[in-house]
Design a protein around this ligand. Structure first.
Ligand code: NDP
Ligand code: BG6
Length: 489
């Protein structure tokens, strides 16, 4: 890292939800841990006139401050400045430029621009950054938050606009799932272990299930959510990125472009989704629920009463290549479900030539992304002791047990650090984005043009029963017999 040169980190949309809940807390943690170049200052920019202490107070609840950190927290905020201005006025960006210069003490410095902005102001804001706020005496990097468009066409328009302003290597498109421990671990697990490689294919794998579940609804965020829906919000980005990491061939090296080349190849082997490949759902209130659970999606005042936006989706993708032909990759995600969970589940074929009278259950290799990172391999064993029965058991690597002392940085911490050092490995390249939209756009268009009504599911349940049926139809067997004994820990 160029530790000597000053750096200025600019948060555009500094007064917003993402900035308050995620970006400022992340900057504070990185700064506190001395993970940033020493001479880094932070400049917030948004329309509302805001004093630094007001910004500080609004971020405080998300900063996880310990009792003795007050003074340190104050020192962090002394490194912060704030400029109020619009997103489309040259004069305001010229003022921002002067502030950036002065916050670096008028010395040559590098600039990072974090765009925590609504899509509606994306284009003018980026054009103004380019024309009035970039420095010629250091590098400029732009961190872009999703949504990257809402379909193939709008995403391409945005990509063309950005490409007319910045080089690809200046742009860091964030998918924060690529910053999660277990998602990053997929590379090592797959390519650093001889044992998995020979069975990581259609000969051994029956199906791959990639899941994201949240136990809460849209919680007043319905306005934004309703115009996007769960497919755009989670599936087209977070789950598809995980799929790429699970399915890609071994890259030539760990060079970011070698990795992204392989991810793009996987995406190119997937046909666009059709209606028959999916189940879409929308949650209704739980009659016994309290608080949020007593409200269905359509009861949210920010959601139109006749909305057909899915809050749950399952999609079955087929990867048409030699390794995966015929193996369903099942992506499923939903809000207002029974638990918080994100995981990858590789389910293996049944044992061939059974000699145990149908007692064996399929092996499963589970990589749990959250909560509580874990990798476990479900397997059959002889029941311990005198009997010769079979039992389902597991080889278990629970991180909180095995790596008790290791601090686990948040996904945003890792990714922002990556931008400082200029590593694109965990960021989305424009051709990945294009392929992702190619796969999802026809389905999204059909859902919206035909106003396909989602099936309903009750708040706090596992989701629609139609989804379990779809699992069954796609070579995922649930036996219901596996028991996990937590007291192992
Ligand atoms: P299960 O056999 O209980 O579940 C396997 C899969 O089947 C899950 O994907 C589950 O997802 C799905 N499923 C559940 N009910 C049905 C149904 N009726 N029809 C179709 N699919 C269904 O095994 P798990 O691997 O989930 O393990 C059970 C518990 O043990 C989990 O809570 C797990 O976290 C815990 N465990 C923890 C370990 C650790 O911490 N290291 C190690 C091993 C297990 P869903 O319900 O989301 O649909
Ligand atoms: C965001 C989605 O990208 O990811 C949210 O917009 C979702 O709807 C969030 O809640 C989940 O992130 P995490 O890290 O809490 O799993």
């Amino acid at each position: 890292m160029e530790t000597e040169r000053p750096h200025v980190f600019v948060v555009l949309g500094a007064s917003g939800d993402l900035a308050r809940k995620k970006i400022y807390p992340t900057l504070w943690w990185l700064w506190r841990e001395n993970r940033l170049p020493k001479d880094t200052t932070f400049v917030g920019y948004a329309r509302s006139p805001l004093a630094i202490h007001a910004l500080q107070n609004s971020c405080l609840p998300y900063c996880a401050l310990s009792a003795d950190e007050d003074a340190l927290f104050q020192s962090f905020w002394q490194k912060n400045r704030y400029v109020a201005g619009s997103y489309d006025k040259d004069a305001d960006f010229k003022r921002l430029h002067s502030e950036l210069d002065s916050s670096a003490g008028a010395r040559p410095h590098n600039r990072l621009f974090y765009l925590a902005l609504p899509p509606s102001v994306f284009e003018p804001a980026t054009a103004n950054i380019k024309h009035f706020c970039t420095t010629t005496q250091g590098w400029n990097r732009i961190i872009i938050e999703k949504p990257f468009g809402r379909d193939a066409q709008s995403s391409q328009r945005l990509s063309d606009h950005l490409a007319s302003l910045f080089h690809e290597d200046q742009m860091y498109r964030i998918d924060h799932y690529l910053g999660k421990e277990m998602v990053q671990n997929l590379m090592t697990l797959r390519f650093g272990n001889r044992i998995f490689q020979p069975s990581w294919n259609r000969e051994s794998v029956a199906s791959v299930l990639i899941t994201f579940k949240e136990p809460f609804g849209t919680q007043g965020r319905g306005g934004y959510f309703d115009s996007f829906g769960i497919v755009r919000d989670v599936m087209q980005n977070h789950l598809l990125q995980i799929l790429c990491m699970v399915a890609m061939e071994k890259p030539t090296s760990v060079n970011p472009d070698d990795i992204r080349d392989e991810k793009v190849k996987v995406l190119r082997s997937i046909k666009p989704l059709q209606l028959k490949d999916v189940v879409v759902g929308q949650y209704v209130k739980n009659p016994e629920g309290q608080g949020d659970a007593a409200l269905g999606y359509l009861d949210d005042p920010t959601v139109p009463k006749d909305s057909v936006t899915p809050t749950y989706a399952m999609a079955v993708l087929q990867i048409n290549n030699e390794r995966w032909d015929g193996v369903p990759f099942i992506l499923r995600c939903g809000k207002a479900l029974n638990e918080r969970k994100a995981e990858v589940r590789i389910q293996y074929h049944d044992v061939a030539g059974d000699i145990f009278e149908g007692e064996t259950k399929r092996n499963e290799l589970v990589m749990r992304v959250q909560p509580g990172e874990a990798i476990y391999l479900k397997m059959m064993c002889k029941s311990p002791g005198r009997a010769f029965d079979l039992v389902e058991t597991e080889l278990d690597l629970t991180y909180s047990h095995r790596y008790k002392e290791v601090p686990m940085p948040d996904a945003y911490e890792r990714l922002i650090e990556d931008v400082f050092v200029g590593s694109q490995m965990n960021f989305v390249r424009s051709d990945e984005l294009r392929e992702a939209w190619r796969i999802f756009t026809p389905l999204l268009q059909q859902l919206e043009e035909d106003r396909v009504r989602p099936v309903t599911y009750v708040y706090g349940t596992r989701g629609p029963k139609e989804a379990d049926h779809k699992l069954l139809m796609n070579n995922f067997k649930y036996s219901g017999s596996y028991k996990w004994h937590q007291n192992h820990k």
